[in-house]
Design a protein around this ligand. Structure first.
Ligand code: GDD
Length: 311
């Protein structure tokens, strides 16, 4: 299987590349960032907002399956720069789909959307299933939903074989410190090493989200890309408050810290609770999450300890 990972140098992309190689796939990478260490001779530069650059990538990789992970993934970034979110998340996805279609109608594309497309979910609508209403509530979710519509159009016309995944929050070692688990773990690691005073800055601790481990998520991507297509939610199926995530990380670190709310970390109105049913993915390809919440957070904390020690 020739697999092309677009956005391969990002947090999830690196895990996906590693998993695909372990499974025996021939892997190619498209990235705007540095070359992927595991793929010194099959990483190609790409700007997905540029059709010519995206076309060149397809011609070089000649993929059977394209994993499209590239995009703006931090919700506040899309909020503050909607033009860029439209260009990359919508225009970039349209380019990837079109160029994959032009390369071969047989190419399977897995597009990574987001759980955020469900937007304003009512308590009576939980757990979220793929058939739930879609009510995007911010620039990020809007851009992801618009990209899904492009994918659905290609699929409806038989122009491409497409799978859309809607992952809920996924975490792991190596994630950008802007995201909540890494942000708290990095702060704790700095405190543990004496690099910061024992004060941890937080945003909204009341939101309840569905956290799973990135290693489980990339496993699902490969299984689903080999399936019949369709739309799939991916998550743990368990809602956890950000307060619980914080308490677990503090307990892993063994530190005594003061918690301070930082207004800069607070967002506009947020959906209070999001969690999924992963039944559809389970019945389609037998997937279920395996890495526990505690294991993920322990690994993330140790990653930051080591990284902060070396800096
Ligand atoms: N980042 C951050 N930093 N979030 C905080 C903090 C903090 O200090 N304190 C509380 N939070 C809350 C946020 O308000 C949000 O409710 C939750 O923690 C998770 O925030 P993020 O980790 O930034 O992720 P996200 O939920 O906005 O988006 C993630 O999940 C989506 C799928 O549900 C991202 O991975 C998206 O790319 C993904 O699509």
């Amino acid at each position: 299987m020739r697999a092309l990972v677009v956005g391969a140098a990002g947090f999830v992309g690196k895990y996906l590349v590693e998993h695909l190689l372990e499974q025996g796939d021939e892997v190619f990478a498209g990235t705007m960032k540095e070359p992927v260490a595991l793929l010194p001779s099959t990483t190609f530069p790409v700007d997905i907002t540029d059709p010519a650059s995206t076309s060149e990538l397809m011609q070089r990789a000649r993929p059977d399956v394209v994993y499209h992970l590239a995009g703006i993934s931090f919700v506040p970034e899309a909020e503050s720069n909607f033009d860029r979110a439209l260009a990359v998340n919508v225009g970039g996805t349209a380019n990837v789909l079109r160029q994959a279609h032009l390369f071969s109608k047989e190419t399977q594309v897995l597009f990574v959307s987001s759980a955020e497309v469900y937007g304003q979910v009512l308590p009576s609508e939980l757990p979220i299933r793929e058939s739930n209403p879609l009510r995007p509530a911010n620039n990020y979710s809007l851009s992801k939903r618009m990209a899904e519509l492009v994918a659905e159009r290609y699929q409806r016309q038989g122009a491409i074989r497409c799978t859309i995944v809607r992952p809920f929050n996924h975490i792991g070692p190596g994630q950008d410190a802007r995201f909540v688990a890494s942000s708290f773990a990095q702060q704790l690691a700095r405190i543990a090493l004496g690099k910061a005073s024992p004060v941890l800055r937080v945003g909204n601790l009341e939101a309840r989200r569905d956290f799973s481990d990135v290693r489980d998520i990339v496993r699902a991507y490969r299984l689903l890309a080999q399936g019949e297509g369709g739309v799939f939610n991916l998550g743990s199926g368990v809602p956890r408050s950000i307060q619980t995530l914080l308490d677990t990380l503090i307990s892993v670190s063994g530190l005594a810290v003061t918690i301070e709310q930082d207004p800069a970390r607070m967002r506009g109105p947020e959906v209070p609770e999001l969690f999924t049913s992963y039944e559809k993915a389970q019945s389609a390809v037998g997937w279920k999450p395996e890495v526990t919440f505690e294991q993920s957070l322990g690994d993330i904390y140790r990653y930051w300890l080591q990284r902060e020690q070396n800096e």
